[in-house]
Design a protein around this ligand. Structure first.
Ligand code: XLS
Ligand code: CA
Ligand code: CA
Length: 439
């Protein structure tokens, strides 16, 4: 097997002053931050679909990037060449994990038995490489949105036969995830949603999605999958209404159908902003519900409003993401998956590396700054003091549930006029953040 990314060296850490475009400025894998090495804290993953498959096609033009890797696209040879490219890429950039959809790995055949045969062959080859190079699978998933049969959804399809195909794909994707020792299995909604209520039984569809997930859990546990199942919330695109709109909606769904013990959430930055939330909000809502599982590390463009899947660049966002992760005690079975792609005009193989360098450095710097913010302590101290009225007297009784509306009303009457709450001092806290980040 010959080298694919010729001329690209092993990417090393050179420090913030380096002007070498093919070097890390902040990501120093062995540097210890908050008690663990950066490599352990960040657990970066490569998304097979964007990095090895996407060529930059958009609705106005064909791809600009050459991802043939020396083989004819659409052939099994190409599927194997992508494996070679993927492992050489992970090795040179220093990423330990990858994530995949079933049909990122092989071209889908007309018959599912043939697709599965191809998956066996290519996954055997991947496993060989994983063992030889020490690479790991973060999570697997099934693509239940591209094929025409999923036009009306997969678990939410009106067709029971389509539901069977979805089940078959999940079964196989779980088999491969377990074969790779993967730590997660993702359900992103795909086309699980609707365009019009005029033809849709929402309750029926949601019940069916839950049944499919329950069968996936039962099958997965039966074949030895001990990792986490994840729902990846997204509010829109491709469907107008996606059932897994955001973290709160997805948690409600999981609890409603008794799936919350096996599932956590995979939070994607770009999906958070599409839902009208910040990335940090979605992480916090997941974390406080014990549901923070994994992260799709990218960013959107607020001026555009669709799912642009850009490499992370905004250090405030990476800092607050790592702040939430550190506060939650880290990601257990999860990691930071670069569900991100180069912009269409950045079409060279070198750009693939530069995208990851940007993303990895942005998160490394975010990790350093989040740790500094936590150690600085002023945010925590302020927030704790802000609720101080609940630590004694009537406040303590409210917290412990030892009071009643009557007692509280009597207290209000005693006070006579509404009490003035203390200032939120948001501007002061924002300046604390800036002084920690840039001081
Ligand atoms: C699409 C999603 C998808 C999932 C995996 O918007 O981000 O790529 O991560 O199916
Ligand atoms: Ca994603
Ligand atoms: Ca996305």
């Amino acid at each position: 097997m010959s080298e694919i990314f010729k001329g690209i060296p092993q990417i090393e850490y050179e420090g913030a002053k380096s002007r070498n475009p093919l070097a890390f400025k902040y990501y120093d894998p062995e540097k210890v931050v908050a008690g663990k090495t950066m490599r352990e804290q960040l657990r970066f993953a490569m998304a097979w679909w964007h990095n090895l498959c996407a060529t930059g096609t958009d609705m106005f033009g064909s791809g600009t990037a050459d991802k043939s890797f020396g083989a004819e696209p659409g052939t099994l040879d190409h599927a194997l060449a992508k494996v070679d490219a993927g492992f050489e890429f992970m090795e040179k950039i220093g990423v330990d994990y990858f994530c995949f959809h079933d049909i990122d790995l092989v071209p889908e055949a007309g018959d599912i038995k043939e697709t599965n045969k191809r998956l066996d062959e290519v996954s055997d080859y991947i496993l060989e490489k994983m063992k030889a190079m020490g690479k790991k699978n973060l999570w697997g998933t099934a693509n239940m949105f591209s094929n025409l049969r999923y036009a009306n959804g997969a678990g939410s399809s009106n067709s029971a036969d389509v539901f069977c195909f979805a089940a078959a794909q999940i079964k196989k994707a779980l088999d491969i995830t377990v074969k790779f020792g993967g730590q997660g299995y993702v359900f992103w909604g795909g086309r699980e949603g609707y365009e019009s209520l005029l033809n849709t039984d929402v309750k029926f569809e949601q019940e069916n999605i839950a049944k499919l997930m329950r069968m996936a859990v039962d099958y997965g546990r039966g074949i030895g999958f001990t990792g986490d199942f994840f729902i990846e919330p997204k509010p829109k695109e491709p469907m107008k209404h996606q059932y897994d709109f955001d973290a709160a909606t997805s948690i409600c769904f999981l609890r409603q159908y008794g799936l919350d013990k096996d599932f956590k959430l995979n939070i994607e930055a770009n999906h958070a902003t599409l839902a009208g939330h910040t990335f940090q909000h979605e992480l916090r809502i997941s974390a406080i519900n014990g549901m923070l599982g994994s992260v799709d590390a990218n960013q959107g463009d607020l001026l555009l409003g669709w799912d642009t899947d850009e490499f992370p660049f905004n250090i405030y966002d990476t800092t607050f993401c790592m702040y939430e992760i550190l506060k939650a005690g880290g990601l257990k079975n999860g990691g930071l998956n670069f569900d991100a792609k180069n912009r269409r005009p950045s079409w060279t193989h070198e750009d693939m590396f530069k995208g990851f360098i940007l993303g990895m450095d942005s998160f490394a710097l975010g990790l350093i700054k989040a740790d500094e913010l936590i150690r600085d302590g002023r945010l925590d101290e302020f927030t704790e003091n802000r609720y101080a009225s609940y630590s004694s007297g009537i406040g303590a009784k409210i917290r412990s549930g030892e009071t009643s509306l009557e007692e509280l009303a009597a207290r209000a009457e005693e006070l006579g006029a509404p009490a003035q709450p203390s200032s939120g001092e948001q501007e002061y806290l924002q300046s604390v953040v800036n002084s920690v980040m840039f001081g």
